[in-house]
Design a protein around this ligand. Structure first.
Ligand SMILES: [Zn+2]
Length: 179
């Protein structure tokens, strides 16, 4: 075991919670691969209520020709429909994502009432591997802590990097606005 933590969290997280998150994030990486095979982008977000699976969505920006259709935004939209509410806070939901949310999705998570966020690959590595632009996100772990949103990132990141590298190796689209 390395003495350097492989993850970063903005709350006290127990060994048991870490193990649980690892299991669910490994599933998200599988779902990401399934999405890629189905022609979607290389990102997937799964919504859980406590540890009960509710839904998972992939990035569909290219498929649906909409810049907003990141995996997290699709998941939040589907969860709002599922619970018939714009405020997801009463349902105590957690979001598990294969990669760190971008600047847009941080906003979506904040306005939705999602209570916990677990992700694997940090944005700096997503950008390095894929060339996607993840945006500027100063102090977001602290900002989320102030809003009582728990965040833990970095778990199962090697598996996540492998999936992203595969997407790039297959020369799949790295979509961006024209600058
Ligand atoms: Zn995003």
């Amino acid at each position: 075991m390395s003495s350097i933590k492989e993850y970063q969290a903005n709350f006290e997280i127990s060994e048991q919670e870490i193990e649980q998150a690892r299991v669910l994030l490994r599933q998200v990486h599988e779902q990401t691969l399934d999405g890629i095979k189905a022609g979607k982008g290389p990102f997937c977000a799964a919504v859980y209520q406590q540890h009960k699976f509710i839904l998972a969505t992939s990035n569909s920006v290219v498929e649906e020709q909409c810049a907003l259709n990141h995996a997290e935004m699709n998941a939040i939209r589907a969860a709002c429909l599922h619970y018939k509410s714009f405020d997801l806070a009463p349902f105590e939901l957690s979001l598990y994502i294969n990669a760190e949310p971008c600047i847009m999705c941080l906003g979506g998570i904040m306005w939705s009432g999602i209570k916990q966020v677990f992700f694997s690959v940090p944005s700096s590595q997503v950008e390095e591997i894929t060339g996607f632009d993840e945006g500027f996100k100063p102090h977001w772990f602290e900002e989320f802590a102030r809003r009582k949103i728990k965040v833990c990132g970095g778990l199962e990141a090697e598996l996540g990097r492998k999936v992203l590298r595969q997407y790039v190796a297959e020369k799949r689209p790295i979509y961006k606005p024209t600058r």
